[in-house]
Design a protein around this ligand. Structure first.
Ligand code: ZN
Length: 117
């Protein structure tokens, strides 16, 4: 499970999360353009890119898109302890902390989130 803006999402839902896709696309645009300029800039400026190398351009944009998406997902993974708590309802004191502390979390925006049992 992934935590995006305080909401739990599975992989399929996380991959459809618009803000994440928008950020990845922006990264791909900036990094991809820089890489195309570095790799194919000479050919493009020097009178046309050979057709045989044209397929590399979409790939050059796809790589930073995938890396940005992967990084965002890895950074939003639900902590292991929280995942275990959600799966098997551990008895109080088992995972450390008081029952209340185990159930309630402070989100980054200061809003209390109560986990479902
Ligand atoms: Zn889902």
């Amino acid at each position: 499970m992934f935590l995006l803006e305080g909401e739990r999402r599975c992989l399929a839902c996380a991959l459809q999360y618009r803000p994440l896709l928008r950020r990845s696309a922006l990264t791909a645009l900036v990094v991809g353009t820089a890489l195309v300029a570095i790799n194919q800039g000479n050919s493009i400026l020097g009178g046309g890119l050979p057709l045989a190398l044209l397929w590399k351009i979409p790939l050059t944009y796809a790589v930073p898109f995938c890396v940005a998406t992967w990084s965002a997902l890895m950074n939003s993974r639900e902590p292991l302890r929280r995942r275990a708590e959600a799966k098997a309802d551990l008895p109080f004191g088992f995972g450390g902390g008081s029952p209340k502390m185990g159930r309630r979390r402070q989100s980054a925006r200061g809003i209390d989130e109560v986990e479902e049992p």
